[in-house]
Design a protein around this ligand. Structure first.
Ligand code: SF4
Length: 331
C-alpha cells in the first residue's frame, strides 16, 4: 500500500518557559492521503496551530519539536520534515507544501503588488523567467476567480478586500502546484458569504488539482462542508478521529459532542439558546491529571476520569476516541 502523503507520528512540540516544559502538542498522530481534506478541529489554544507550524518546522523559540516524525511522501520519495536539512525544507515550504493563514494582510507584503508576490513565489521554486512568472501569476488569479485579474495583478494588498486578499493567498499557495496545502483558519476573518465562497473555491481546486488540504479550524460547520476526515484536538492531544460522515453521525467524545451542540444552525432560532461547553481549554502548564477534559465534562466519573489518562482507542473501523466511557455516552 502506498504511503500516505503526510504521516505525523507521535509528535511532541514543547515550549520551555519559566513555567517549565509545556507540551503544546503532546503525542499527535495524523495522516493525510493524496487529494483528501483532513479537518483539525478544536477551540483556540488546543494545539492545532502549533501542530500546523510544527509540520512546516516553523515553531519559533522557545518552542521546539521534541520527538516524533512527520513523513512527507511525494514522487516516490519520503522525507522526515522533522530532520530534513533546513535548505531542503525551504524548497518544500511554498513548493510541495503551500500555506494559507487566517489574516492575509499580515502574510502579504504591503509594499509589493500582488502580481509581484505571486511571481516571486513561483521564481523561488521554479527556474522560470520574470515574464513567465508574471504569466503564471495571472493564470493563478484566473484560477482563484479574482475579478478583473489583469488589473488586480498590479494592485497592492491594501487596495483589495479581505476576501480578495484571501484569494491571492490561495493563488500564492497553489502557484507551484503543491501536493498539500495547510490552511490555518483560512476563513475566520471573513464574513459568512465570502467564507462560503472561499471554502467552495478550495474544495473545487482540491478536486480539480488533486491537492490535499490540512484544514485547521475551530468551526465544525466548516469541516462539515469540506472535509473527508476529521481529527478533534483538545489540550495538545487528539481526542477523536474518524471520517467526517462517521464523526457527524456518531460523535463519541463528550468534547466533540459539546462542539457540535455549540454550533449555530439554521434551526437555532427555534431550539433556544446555543449550548456552550463550560470552562476553558487549559494552558499546558495547567493540564489536569487523568483525562484532560474531565473538569469540563458532564460525564466524568471518579476515580477513572481524574486519575487515569484515557488512551486513543479504535472503537469501530477507522473511528478513534480518547474516552473511558465513549461507547456508553453515545450508545
Ligand atoms: Fe469525560 Fe471521562 Fe470520557 Fe474524559 S474519559 S471525556 S472525563 S467521560
Amino acid at each position: 500500500m502506498a504511503a500516505p502523503l503526510l504521516e505525523i507520528k507521535d509528535l511532541v512540540t514543547v515550549f520551555h518557559t519559566s513555567d517549565g516544559r509545556l507540551p503544546a502538542v503532546d503525542g499527535v498522530s495524523l495522516s493525510i492521503e493524496r487529494g483528501q481534506t483532513l479537518g483539525l478541529v478544536g477551540e483556540s489554544g488546543c494545539g492545532k496551530s502549533v501542530t500546523a507550524m510544527s509540520t512546516l518546522r516553523l515553531v519559533s523559540s522557545p518552542g521546539r519539536i521534541e520527538s516524533g516524525s512527520i513523513m512527507f511522501t511525494t514522487e516516490g520519495e519520503s522525507i522526515d520534515l522533522v530532520t530534513t536539512p533546513e535548505k531542503q525544507l525551504r524548497q518544500v515550504r511554498g513548493g510541495r507544501i503551500g500555506m494559507i493563514f487566517q489574516e492575509p494582510m499580515t502574510s502579504l507584503n504591503p509594499v509589493f503588488t500582488i502580481g509581484n508576490q505571486i511571481a516571486e513565489a513561483v521564481q523561488l521554486h521554479r527556474k522560470v523567467s520574470r515574464s513567465e512568472a508574471r504569466s503564471r501569476a495571472l493564470e493563478m488569479l484566473h484560477l482563484v476567480r479574482l475579478a478583473d485579474p489583469e488589473q488586480r495583478l498590479d494592485a497592492y494588498p491594501h487596495q483589495l478586500s479581505g476576501g480578495m486578499r484571501q484569494r491571492v493567498m490561495i493563488a500564492i499557495a497553489l502557484a507551484c502546484e503543491p501536493d498539500l496545502i495547510i490552511a490555518d483558519e483560512p476563513t475566520t476573518a471573513l464574513d459568512v458569504t465570502i467564507q462560503a465562497q472561499i471554502l467552495e473555491l478550495l474544495d473545487d481546486l482540491r478536486s480539480r488539482l488533486g491537492t490535499a488540504i490540512l484544514l485547521i479550524t475551530h468551526d465544525l460547520g466548516v469541516v462539515a462542508e469540506t472535509c473527508d476526515d476529521v481529527a478533534v484536538m483538545y489540550a495538545g492531544r487528539i481526542v477523536e478521529q474518524a471520517s467526517a460522515v462517521e464523526l457527524f453521525s456518531r460523535p463519541l467524545h463528550p468534547y466533540t459532542i459539546g462542539l457540535l451542540q455549540a454550533r449555530p444552525n439554521v434551526d437555532a432560532r427555534d431550539s433556544g439558546p446555543l449550548e456552550t461547553i463550560p470552562g476553558m481549554v487549559p494552558p499546558p502548564q495547567d493540564f489536569p491529571s487523568g483525562c484532560r477534559f474531565h473538569p469540563r465534562c458532564s460525564h466524568a466519573r471518579e476515580p477513572q476520569c481524574n486519575v487515569e489518562p484515557p488512551s486513543l482507542r479504535e472503537v469501530s473501523p477507522g473511528h478513534f476516541v480518547r474516552c473511558h466511557f465513549a461507547e456508553e455516552i453515545n450508545s
